[in-house]
Design a protein around this ligand. Sequence first.
Ligand SMILES: *Cc1c(COP(=O)(O)O)cnc(C)c1O
Length: 368
Amino acid sequence: MKSMSDIIEYENLKLLNAPFEDAYKQLFNETLQSGWYILGENVSNFEIEFAKYCDVKYCLGVASGLDALMLSIVVFDFPLKSEIIVPSNTYIATILAIVNAGHIPVLVEPDIVTYNIDPLKIESKITSKTKAILPVHLYGKICEMDKICLIAQKYNLKIIEDCAQAHGASLNGIKAGSWGDLGAFSFYPTKNLGALGDAGAITTNDEKLYEKLKYLRNYGSLKKYFNKYIGYNSRLDEIQAGFLSIKLKYLDQINLHKKVLANYYFENIDSRFILPYVVQNFEDVFHIFTLRTDNRDELKLFLQNNNIKTEIHYPVSPNKQVAYKEILKNQECEISEIIHKTTLSLPISYYHNKSDIFRVIDVINKFK
Ligand SMILES: *Cc1c(COP(=O)(O)O)cnc(C)c1O
């Protein structure tokens, strides 16, 4: 029996993975015994399954979400220092991928209501050097991809979707990762579909891009010791692919569970807090559940004092990060900074239950 003094953690990866423990152990034994650990059947099976899940023709397993993004940019061979449009309030990986690929991140502010890139602010940032738009489906809500695709068409830009927080999210029934030229996924352990280590994937309907990416992730080579491209070492491990295939069967159930928990928050948290925006034709997967309040730091402390752990996604906007001061200079981001100052993420893991969430709600509503 849980009591009020038990800590409600923000996330607990051991508990999150407990339901899959037996299947994982069996998979580990099988993989160990197979003696085949890199680019084998587990990876190709997972790629087929995940492509199907995302309603795309192809999926390519890679080493991480960052690599999925970076390879998705590199594959186009844009001239060095091309401009790529990206939301100003994303996780740093999105911006780092652009920088690592040799290009310039051009920040576009989010819509303060959806927290996703504001389609109305994209066109004024497009120049002759712009080559791509990199929308991020933040917190599990897909961007307004219908509008973004029209802009990309008009200016002949590529679209690379950052789907690291949006496995299974959709707009008008069309899944994240199937709208753009490429979709980049992370399977970092905390994501809705998480491995037991680093892992990522790229989704696409474009056969040519898929074929080239197969080379790029493996030293630019498909035939051992023959290198067609310079390439990278960014392969998805057999063992992680196996774990992912196991969990993928439960992804819809995981997303549904998080949606049920989110609905408890929506129906019961006081209206003085700003809750995420929900719209009918957007299927959100609630990777993260954020509320916003001017007294964010006090609320976080109050919850902490009541044994409830929260997180901030994210405390510092990319343009204010020490490492990016030079790269992102003169790119003002007022709206991002408001979000970064006021946002607080509440517990919403697959292992949390109704009573956990109601305890969180109870404490939040008592906050003065
Ligand atoms: C997690 C995440 C990434 C990076 O994924 P890794 O697997 O950690 O490299 C990229 N973009 C966003 C929005 C993320 O949340």
